[in-house]
Design a protein around this ligand. Sequence first.
Ligand SMILES: NC(=O)c1ccc[n+]([C@@H]2O[C@H](COP(=O)([O-])OP(=O)(O)OC[C@H]3O[C@@H](n4cnc5c(N)ncnc54)[C@H](O)[C@@H]3O)[C@@H](O)[C@H]2O)c1
Length: 301
Amino acid sequence: MKTIQILGGAGFIGKNLITYLVKSGYQVSCMDHTKIENPCKGVSYIQGDFFDEKELQSVIKGKDCVIHAVSTLNPGNSNELYMQGYEKDFIQTVRLCRMLIGTTTKLIFLSSGGTVYGVHDDQPISEDVIPHPINHYGNIKLCIENTMRSFNYQTHNKMLIVRISNPYGPGQDFTKGVGFIDAALKQALNEKPVEIWGDGENVRDYIYIEDVCKMICSLLEYSGPYDTFNISSGIGYSQNEVVELIRRQGLDLQVVYKGKRSVDIKKIILDNSRIKTVWRYQPMSLEKGMQKYLKYLQQTI
Ligand SMILES: NC(=O)c1ccc[n+]([C@@H]2O[C@H](COP(=O)([O-])OP(=O)(O)OC[C@H]3O[C@@H](n4cnc5c(N)ncnc54)[C@H](O)[C@@H]3O)[C@@H](O)[C@H]2O)c1
């Protein structure tokens, strides 16, 4: 496995994956429709459109692996923009899968562990439960996942799905609609309050972005029986607990509680035992990860 094409590589996860892949010795290419700021040395960048079939076909051609990190929606806006998600994100990913038939290119799709599963009493949630997403963002991810599984059965057994929980770290931008830790740390540093929708008791499985990259990249050489992996810390914290941890760093973080949103699930903790059979390490604790990210923000803001 040598040549990796990242689709959506100017985004939060894509940028971090590129840095990690280059450090690990891979030959990396990136396609994104936005201009890349601070390009990574040695990476081949193309400013192109995922929804342009010709461009897409040309960037994936001959690659050992394609990592699909493009999404035009987020959980917060998907109940208004869902037709765009089904008509564009979903259909174009089906086309991408079709383009890979007859090749040896592996596909890794970035799905959403936080929204695909829906409401479950038993936590942490394993990859084997029946998912029933409560918002269109999660359902569009699931439609894409199921299509990839059909391709795996029928024509191309090299498609993997990573269900990422709640990543945080350098390169994140909470103003795009996701990233509670990013919002809380940046607001605290700017002496502004952070907004919480609901009572702050919603529990999420936060994972430092470096661990996300390490887990995903461990799958580049994977050829075992599973097609779906949770990418998570396996530990849950409520937003109120996160706020407490931030205050313990000496920051005076204020909170404004707003009405709860119908798109948010009460509790999501993902079982990471499957990915740990491939990546045999311990993810960073939330306390350590937040200290690391805080230090980074203090040096860069
Ligand atoms: N950040 C999270 O909390 C999280 C959690 C789970 C899953 N995911 C998934 O991981 C993937 C990456 O997430 P992210 O946080 O890096 O998102 P992001 O919005 O930061 O990055 C997405 C990138 O896709 C690019 N893009 C959008 N439309 C494009 C187009 N037509 N052509 C080319 N590029 C285009 C954007 O310019 C952007 O750089 C997404 O599929 C997302 O759903 C994210």
